[in-house]
Design a binder for this molecule. Structure first.
Ligand code: SAH
Length: 207
C-alpha cells in the first residue's frame, strides 16, 4: 500500500504529521489515505501537501494537516464511534474521521460549502451524514456522541454541545476569541468535565 501513495502525500505525513509527534496508527493511515489535494481549490492544488490552512472561498479555510491530525488523535476514536463535526468546510476533517471508521455527522452553515463537500465525499465513496444549519446547537437527534470536533472557534463552548457528549466522550474545540485560541479537550465524566489544553491554534470564528 505505502508504495502506491502519491509521494507528496507520503511526504506530508512523514514531514509534518509524524515528525510533529502524531503516533496513533489509525490517524496516520487515514492521513495517508485521504487525498487532500481533492479538498482544496484547483488553483491551490500545488500547495495541498504543505502544512498550511488554505482558502475555501467565502472567507473560510481548510485547516492545516497537522491540526486535523492532532484533533483526530485527541478524539481517541474506535471504529464505529459516533462523531459530530461542527464546521464541515471542505469535508476533509470529516473524510479523515470516516476513514478512521467513525460514523460521522457533520454540520455546515454555508450551503455552497456543504454541497461541494457532499460531492467530494461521495466521489471518494465515504459515508458522512451532512446537514446545513447552525452547528452550535449540535445535532441532538443522533446524540450522544463519542466525540465532537468543533472546527470553528467559539469564545466559549456552547452548552448544547457539551450536553450531546456521551459519558467518557471527548469534545475537541479551539476555544477563544480574536485575542487567541487554545485547542481544548472536554472529557465527560460522572462528575462533570475534565479539561485539558493542547496548544495555541487559529480557526475562523464559530458563527
Ligand atoms: N473542518 C473543515 C474546516 C472548517 S473551517 C475542513 O476540514 O475543511 C470552519 C467552517 O465552520 C466554515 O466552513 C464555516 O462556514 C463553518 N461554521 C462557522 N460557524 C458555524 C456554525 N455555527 N455552524 C456550522 N458551521 C459553521
Amino acid at each position: 500500500m505505502a508504495g502506491n501513495l502519491p509521494p507528496m502525500l507520503q511526504w506530508m505525513v512523514d514531514a509534518t504529521i509524524r515528525a510533529r509527534g502524531i503516533r496513533d496508527p489509525q490517524v496516520l493511515r487515514a492521513m495517508e489515505t485521504v487525498p487532500r489535494q481533492l479538498f482544496v481549490r484547483p488553483e491551490d492544488a500545488s500547495e495541498a501537501f504543505s502544512d498550511r490552512a488554505l482558502p475555501l472561498g467565502l472567507g473560510q479555510t481548510i485547516s492545516q494537516p497537522y491540526v486535523v491530525a492532532l484533533m483526530t488523535e485527541l478524539a481517541r476514536l474506535s471504529p464505529g464511534d459516533r462523531v459530530l463535526e461542527v464546521g464541515t468546510g471542505s469535508g476533509y476533517q470529516a473524510a479523515i474521521l470516516a476513514e478512521c471508521g467513525a460514523e460521522v455527522y457533520s454540520i455546515e452553515r454555508l450551503p455552497e460549502l456543504a454541497e461541494k463537500a457532499r460531492q467530494r465525499l461521495a466521489e471518494l465513496g465515504l459515508v458522512v451524514h451532512l446537514r446545513v444549519g447552525d452547528g452550535a446547537r449540535g445535532w441532538p437527534e443522533h446524540a450522544p456522541y463519542r466525540a465532537i470536533l468543533v472546527t470553528a472557534a467559539p469564545s466559549h463552548v456552547p452548552p448544547e454541545l457539551l450536553e450531546q457528549l456521551d459519558l467518557g466522550g471527548r469534545l475537541v474545540v479551539p476555544e477563544g476569541g480574536r485575542e487567541g485560541q487554545v485547542l481544548r479537550v472536554y472529557r465527560r465524566t460522572e462528575e462533570g468535565f475534565e479539561v485539558s489544553d493542547h496548544g495555541a491554534v487559529l480557526f475562523v470564528p464559530l458563527r
